[in-house]
Design a protein around this ligand. Structure first.
Ligand code: SF4
Length: 245
């Protein structure tokens, strides 16, 4: 691993307090000035990520953007990736699973292993999402995410800045942590940003095609993810360590 510009735990806490009442744009500007080419946005092109990507295109257009192609994404997500590249003229650095590792688990457990047990679902997420992201993040000192507190569960208390112990103590920056769903869609509408068309079909959180469905009235935003699992965290392991958090 390359050496990193890391923050101490106390510096990260102090910075989180300082940035808590700053706007998302101010936080992105601070991030860009602090980390330069060692800053990256990781996005799955959900509404939150699109807001940040649009802001970054105005504040720091050279900040690198990565995404994970799990091989199981919905058609609408691939179409959006294409649209975004054309509209913003940026390179989206697509990260892929290791082909051999994928072949091994699919041969052993089947192409739709995730429906059979929670541990097989986590194994699929590990190989298709967590490990490719881990490999990509080793090249950076700080990463930006679209996590928000309103998504609930273990996201309810996320700070705007924290040390990411799962990724070599790099800084994790959540500039719109305090945004509501209304604020996100207001921004998208006002700025005429492209968005994933599955939102128009009742989806409120969009991941892989076989593991995501639209929600019913009164269900929470992430209940359409891995909907067949009861009482398990609606997480894949990218943002929270499913073994320890
Ligand atoms: S969301 Fe589903 S298909 Fe995608 S990596 Fe996780 S288990 Fe596999």
């Amino acid at each position: 691993m390359e050496s990193r510009n890391t923050f101490s735990q106390s510096d990260a806490r102090k910075t989180a307090l300082e940035l808590e009442n700053k706007s998302a744009e101010e936080i992105l500007l601070w991030s860009s000035k602090t980390f330069g080419g060692k800053l990256v946005l990781s996005t799955s092109f959900q509404a939150t990520g699109m807001v940040i990507l649009d802001m970054l295109s105005k504040i720091s257009p050279t900040t690198r953007v990565i995404t994970l192609d799990t091989g199981r994404l919905p058609k609408a997500t691939y179409e959006l990736i294409d649209d975004v590249q054309k509209r913003y003229g940026i390179e989206i650095e697509v990260q892929y699973p290791d082909n051999n590792e994928l072949k091994n688990i699919v041969t052993k457990h089947g192409i739709n292993m995730f429906y059979r047990s929670y541990s097989l679902r986590l194994l699929c997420c590990e190989k298709r999402k967590v490990e490719p992201l881990n490999r990509a993040l080793t090249h950076f000192d700080a990463w930006i995410t679209g996590l928000t507190r309103h998504q609930g569960g273990i996201r309810t208390d996320i700070p705007k800045v924290s040390i990411d112990k799962s990724h070599g103590n790099m800084l994790k920056i959540n500039p719109i942590a305090d945004w509501t769903t209304e604020m996100i869609w207001d921004y998208i509408e006002k700025n005429k940003i492209p968005y994933n068309k599955l939102y128009d079909e009742g989806y409120t959180s969009i991941g892989c095609d076989p593991c995501t469905r639209p929600i019913k009235k009164h269900e929470d935003d992430r209940s359409g993810r891995w909907w067949w699992e009861k009482g398990m965290p609606k997480e894949c392991g990218i943002h929270f360590n499913t073994k320890t958090d």
